[in-house]
Write a protein that binds this ligand. Structure first.
Ligand SMILES: Cc1cc2nc3c(=O)[nH]c(=O)nc-3n(C[C@H](O)[C@H](O)[C@H](O)COP(=O)(O)OP(=O)(O)OC[C@H]3O[C@@H](n4cnc5c(N)ncnc54)[C@H](O)[C@@H]3O)c2cc1C
Length: 423
């Protein structure tokens, strides 16, 4: 049936994108979130102890991500994403002192593997054959079952990159999820794989323009509004029970549930959702980086994994960081800062004002078992659709995946063909 109204629950990227597609199509859209601000796991806020606006964590997208482009265009995001024009990834091994740059050539023919100065040190062209093999991974297989998780290309390129993309021990991660990302990026060449970084913040790049665009299109975000339960009658959602009261859902209204997996699982008993998650730890330091520092630097032989330099701060990401969640924050800050000073040539600089952000359930664990638990976006109820990085997008839990899910949920409501071909 054609819906005239939509209630979007959850104003993370999935909900914001669903709301924007629906509002653009002319539906009357309401958007609510239990938090004090939009953005969910991709948010920025003023941190008084640093005196700066920071992101909950560094977020990277890739130049080819189509849903990122479409979303930012729709909401009129003006701040360009930062990042090198070419797919250049500088690395430093703090254990050995070695430094190198992976420089993927722009086109799809991967001649960069033939050029020693563009590839991992002490590797040969043949060492890169597993990359092709990984594209053939099948459902149920882990990366470690498709390729041997050892050797310099694995240790110095594939493992760190896959850890960042999948936020899960790479060898135990789903080969299909890895292959789906590689097919859209590395297999298309450097122009598709170049890193893009929200600048100056995630809020400016993704969230604030979306909230403003929605308000201009008649959809005012209601924050601090928590959905407690859903009343089902026959084959449809009849009411949303908010913490502040009940809302009857009109016969011509659809509901897009764009909350995290664990919340959706509680709201819809019987819905199977991924139920294992992995943490991400971010450290933020209130200090300008030295001039010439790369926007992004991969670290090996250290606790720190990726260093991001913003004009007013340095931020470090550690993925699949469950082992660090109970480590005292000051100990983490000191360890990470010492590594940052070595990585960026700032040795001896005292610990600046710092903040540690631990996101315990940053993403679902990208294992084959958890991937198999991701539900489709259509539900048993004719006016209820699911969105979020945890539904069946074919991608790991990423900005691109969350946005695609929002787009697809909206198109299901509108009865339109899906742009991203799932559902
Ligand atoms: C530290 C960190 C680093 C990351 N790095 C990257 C990266 O580099 N690249 C990348 O692509 N991805 C990255 N991700 C993943 C990315 O942030 C997520 O995939 C994406 O933001 C998920 O969006 P979502 O809309 O699906 O879910 P969420 O952002 O979780 O949104 C769900 C929303 O629902 C709201 N909500 C919850 N319960 C209720 C309720 N009962 N009623 C109403 N509202 C409710 C929440 O407040 C939230 O706003 C990272 C994530 C984290 C945490």
């Amino acid at each position: 049936m054609a819906f005239a109204k939509a209630h979007v629950v959850g104003a993370g990227l999935a909900g914001l994108n669903a709301a924007s597609v629906l509002a653009k199509a002319g539906l009357a859209v309401s958007l609510s979130d239990s938090a004090v601000r939009a953005g969910g796991r991709c948010r920025s806020y003023f941190d008084p102890s640093l005196g700066l606006t920071i992101d909950n964590g560094n977020h990277l997208v890739l130049a080819s991500n189509p849903a990122v482009k479409a979303f930012r265009k729709r909401i009129g995001a003006e701040e360009p994403l930062a990042g090198p024009r070419h797919a250049t990834f500088p690395f430093a091994d703090l254990a050995t002192g070695e430094r190198w740059q992976l420089r993927i050539n722009d086109g799809a023919l991967p001649w960069w593997v033939a050029v020693p100065s563009r590839r991992v040190p002490a590797t040969t062209m043949l060492d890169y054959l597993p990359l092709g093999k990984l594209l053939l991974g099948k459902a149920g297989q882990t990366i470690g079952q498709v390729i041997a998780p050892k050797g310099p290309v694995w240790e110095r390129m594939l493992a760190p990159v896959m850890l960042a993309v999948l936020n899960t021990d790479p060898a135990a991660s789903s080969a299909v999820l890895a292959a789906n990302v590689l097919k859209e990026t590395l297999a298309k060449g450097g122009l598709a794989s170049a890193p893009r970084i929200a600048s100056p913040t995630l809020g400016a790049a993704f969230i604030d323009p979306a909230v403003a665009w929605l308000a201009r299109h008649g959809c005012q975000l209601a924050t601090g509004r928590r959905l407690k339960s859903i009343r089902i009658e026959d084959d449809r959602v009849a009411a949303l029970i908010w913490a502040d009261g009940e809302e009857i859902i009109a016969p011509d209204a659809a509901v897009v549930l764009a909350v995290p997996a664990w919340v959706a699982g509680d709201l819809l008993p019987g819905l199977q959702v991924p139920d294992e998650h992995r943490a991400i730890v971010n450290a933020h330091f209130a200090v300008a980086p030295p001039s010439g520092a790369p926007e992004m630097l991969g670290l090996l032989g250290s606790t720190s994994e990726w260093v991001f330099t913003h004009p007013d701060r340095i931020s470090v990401t550690i993925s699949a960081a469950d082992r660090l969640v109970d480590t005292p924050r000051e100990e983490l800050a000191r360890t990470i800062w010492e590594e940052v000073t070595r990585a960026l040539g700032m040795e001896g600089m005292p610990l600046p004002f710092w903040q540690i952000v631990k996101e315990k359930r940053a993403t679902f664990a990208a294992t084959p078992e958890q991937d198999a638990k991701r539900p489709p976006q259509r539900t048993a109820y004719r006016n209820l659709f699911l969105a979020g990085d945890w539904v069946q997008t074919g991608l790991p839990a990423t900005i691109e995946g969350a946005l695609r899910s929002g787009d697809s949920a909206a198109r299901m409501v509108l009865g339109q063909p899906l742009v991203y071909g799932r559902g």
